[in-house]
Design a protein. Structure first.
Ligand code: SF4
Length: 439
């Protein structure tokens, strides 16, 4: 009897890449190709590359080469932003069989099956859409609802790599989430490049999409992915009255200096950002706001940097993704004068790390004593003590000690008791019966 082909899926970069990978996993399974994880042997490897920084480019190439070394017999398919920007160079890399650009990535499974002459085996097809996710050790599913961006922030290569805005119809998103929920997934993250622009090509908006997902699916936990701090639709904050919409927003700030924001061509000044966060916190209890900050953008003076630190402190972020700026060929920012010295960038990054530690600690401490629901995602053992980990509704990391042994992917009712010594996690204990859904 013929056995099915096996595919290993790898990604790096943004959540959109993760969402695309999950969709390919579902697509391959429908064709009878088995999705495998970890160190399992595979006949095909698909890598979704990233090109957002030079470091991401380096890592993408590194993964590609490592993959070819480890599985020399496997056919290698490369897609993603780097594959779109440098298709010819990637096609010449040893072991690469196929390059699929972002423009064609929604059809990647069909293109790969045809170009590499992989026989579809519908008799072996698995229709459980969640199993590729679980095979890769994940519980939280990312669902792509939108691609592309209409803006041109000067540091961003995404507009070139991903093209114009394109939204996925509401019915399709609802159907995808229903299938995932039916397969056992309990938490879904709506993901896009410019989520706030969702639906401009369909005559709906992000609020309309969320409303329909909440009304027409029973997914217990729904999250909104990274959202630029502008273009938020009317009625946005009211959506959080539904406890299934998780109270966390990742709003990329990038700088706390209006002069730097202007050079970045961002659409939101600090005063508007602060108003948005204030409104959010008034409307949504326990809203956790996290952000991205670029350190050492060209021309960033000491005074600009001071403003960034002061603003970040005032915003009380629950987390900050800190990016040390490096010029990305092909962007407008790469041509800007006054680059920042590497040692200055390093010192500024360290300063921001220190601020982040305090800010995170304060956000976590404010939660102590509360009872919340936790999506238990994984179990581990350390010094003979078993513990489980997961995230609160407002996306704070939790270590749960005690209670029964669970296999993961369960929503539990817990009490937040303390913050761990390193100030990285909230400690919690199970209480009562697991909750069915929401906060
Ligand atoms: S809004 Fe976001 S995706 Fe669009 S250009 Fe700016 S950083 Fe890039």
């Amino acid at each position: 009897m013929s056995r099915s082909h096996r595919v290993k899926l790898q990604t790096l970069g943004c959540r959109l890449n993760e969402a695309e990978l999950e969709a390919w996993g579902e697509g391959f399974q429908r064709k009878g190709v088995e999705v495998v994880g970890g160190d399992e042997p595979a006949d095909l490897v698909v890598i979704n590359t990233c090109a957002v920084t030079q470091e991401a480019v380096r890592k993408s190439r590194q993964i590609l080469r490592k993959s070819h070394r480890e599985l020399p017999g496997a056919r290698l398919i490369i897609s993603g932003c780097l594959a779109s920007l440098e298709a010819d160079a990637l096609a010449r890399e040893a072991g690469v069989d196929l390059v699929v650009s972002n423009a064609d990535k929604d059809r990647l499974v069909d293109i790969a099956m045809e170009a590499l002459e992989i026989p579809a085996m519908p008799e072996l097809a698995i229709t459980d859409v969640a199993s590729p996710l679980f095979a890769r050790g994940r519980q939280r599913a990312f669902v792509k609802v939108q691609d592309g961006c209409r803006y041109q922030c000067t540091f961003c290569i995404t507009t070139q790599a991903r093209g114009a805005e394109l939204s996925r119809p509401v019915d399709e998103v609802v159907a995808a989430i229903r299938r995932l929920h039916g397969g056992g997934v309990k938490e879904v993250v709506l993901t896009g490049v410019h989520l706030g622009g969702y639906g401009s090509d369909l005559g709906v908006d992000l609020a309309g999409l969320i409303e329909r997902v909440l009304a027409e699916t029973k997914i217990p936990r729904l999250r909104i992915g990274s959202l630029e701090p502008w273009d938020l639709p009317d009625g946005f904050w009211e959506l959080f009255q539904d406890p299934r919409l998780m109270p966390h927003l990742h709003l990329p700030l990038q700088s706390g200096s209006d002069a730097v924001l202007k050079r970045m061509a961002r659409r939101c000044k600090t005063a508007e950002f602060a108003r948005l966060v204030e409104r959010g916190r008034q409307s949504v209890p326990d809203l956790n706001v996290t952000t991205d900050i670029i350190v050492g953008f060209p021309g960033e003076t000491d005074a600009d940097w001071r403003q960034t630190l002061d603003f970040a402190e005032a915003m009380a972020f629950g987390h900050i993704h800190i990016f040390s700026y490096s010029p990305r060929a092909g962007t407008l920012a790469a041509k800007l004068p006054d680059p920042i010295d590497a040692a200055v960038k390093k010192a500024r990054c360290q300063g921001l790390q220190g601020l982040l530690k305090d800010s995170k600690l304060a956000v976590m401490r404010a939660q102590i004593g509360k009872r919340v629901s936790l999506l238990h995602e994984s179990a581990a053992k350390e010094r003979d003590q078993a513990w489980r980990s997961g995230y609160t509704p407002n996306y704070l990391p939790v270590r749960l000690i005690g209670g029964q042994e669970e296999t993961g992917n369960q929503i539990l009712d817990v009490e937040l008791t303390d913050v761990d010594e390193a100030g990285e996690l909230i400690l919690a204990r199970p209480v009562g019966q697991p909750e069915a859904a929401g906060r």
